[in-house]
Design a protein around this ligand. Structure first.
Ligand code: CP
Length: 362
């Protein structure tokens, strides 16, 4: 463990704008709650790793990455140039606003360089080239590959030849592990007590998830990490029109989890009991996606618990009304704003550059 001095954690990175509306989160609260200690062992274990599925993380790793993200959010580490000399390839074969641009911002702010593929059609894919051959090329073009693709099998395909660490930025209805990391970084800043295995009862949360984890990768990955926070998450309610919204991937972890999980189709009934409401509407169906025409729309007329927060991976549609943006229930803008730092923490760890950051070296 590395202990940070008070000056190291308190220097505000004021030149970074934060979210314009909704809750503004304080990274130093997370650092204070965890005694300002960075878990180097957990972070070092990520060096050289591909990040494909959130099951690769455990609670300790999520907390360690969130602590590092909080340090990065509160300190100007740019002067250390931690990713100097590294090239990240962002290969996006499916549209993205947040994931690609926050990864690219994360790298460039740390003095790394980016090779950006914002659309697969500008690659040899348009001429029938295989992902496996593209992976072979990436071995010499970059040091880490961040890929989004509509096909769940794309990960296996590119890894046939790719030898560089691969970060899954969303693979069809598969997973979105860095979104889940971003989500939990926001939650741990919002309520740092969730880090504790013996989280005080009045700080434990009842999570409500509006959506279908089986076909919504962000929801699925968020839920996968939620199952690791036993003792902090006291109950999970899935709100879905489907009788079985869970899907095969999570059946076993849910069966094995001590956290009580129930499914309802009556959002209005359960909303007043929820501390955290996670909502999404984009479902992936094979190679395509669509917005589920949900009956469940969140707006000012909903009966939220007084301090309840709403999370959404965004992009949103009519399921989340803009009328909620100016309320204290809005955690979703802060959730998106923290993505740059959560992704920086992951990249610095995967690229084994922790030693480049002054004050946290071994
Ligand atoms: N949350 C998320 O994955 O957003 P984008 O599709 O804009 O990357």
């Amino acid at each position: 463990m590395n202990t940070l001095t008070k000056t190291q954690v308190s220097h505000a990175l004021s030149e970074f704008a934060t979210n314009s509306k909704g809750l503004r989160l304080q990274p130093e609260r997370l650092l204070e709650a965890t005694s300002g200690c960075l878990d180097r062992e957990a972070l070092d274990a990520l060096a050289g790793q591909s990040i494909i599925n959130p099951r690769q993380f455990d609670r300790r790793t999520v907390i360690a990455l969130s602590q590092l993200a909080a340090v990065l959010e509160r300190r100007n580490v740019e002067i250390d140039k931690p990713l100097d000399g590294k090239i990240a390839i962002t290969a996006f074969f499916e549209p993205s606003t947040r994931t690609r641009l926050s990864f690219e911002s994360a790298v460039q702010r740390l003095d790394g360089k980016v090779l950006s593929v914002p659309d697969g059609q500008v690659t040899g894919i348009a001429k029938g080239e295989s992902l496996a051959d593209i992976g072979e090329m990436f071995n010499t073009y970059g040091d880490v590959v961040i890929m989004r693709h509509p096909d769940t099998q794309s990960i296996d395909e590119i890894r046939r030849n790719l030898q560089r660490p691969l970060i899954n930025a969303g693979n069809g209805s598969g997973h979105h592990p860095t979104q889940a990391l971003t989500d939990w970084y926001a939650l741990l800043k919002w309520r740092p007590e969730l880090c504790f295995e013996d989280c005080p009862e009045d700080q434990q949360v009842h999570l409500g998830i509006i959506g279908t984890p089986g076909s919504m990768r962000a929801v699925k990955s968020f839920l996968r990490l939620a199952l690791m926070f036993t003792g902090a998450v006291k109950r999970i309610t899935l709100i879905s029109e489907m009788a079985d919204p869970v899907g095969l991937d999570l059946t076993e972890p849910i069966d094995q989890s001590p956290i009580p999980i129930d499914i309802t189709n009556d959002a209005r009934k359960v909303l007043p009991e929820l501390d955290v409401v996670y909502v999404n509407s984009i479902a992936f169906l094979g190679d395509s996606y669509r917005n589920l025409d949900s009956r469940y729309k969140l707006d000012l007329s909903c009966q939220f618990k007084r301090d309840a927060v709403i999370m959404h991976p965004l992009a949103r549609n009519s399921e989340l009304s803009e009328s909620l943006d100016d309320t204290h229930h809005n955690l979703y803008f802060a959730q998106a704003a923290g993505a740059v730092f959560a992704r920086q923490a992951l990249l610095i760890s995967v690229l084994d550059r922790l030693n480049r950051i002054g004050g946290i070296s071994k």
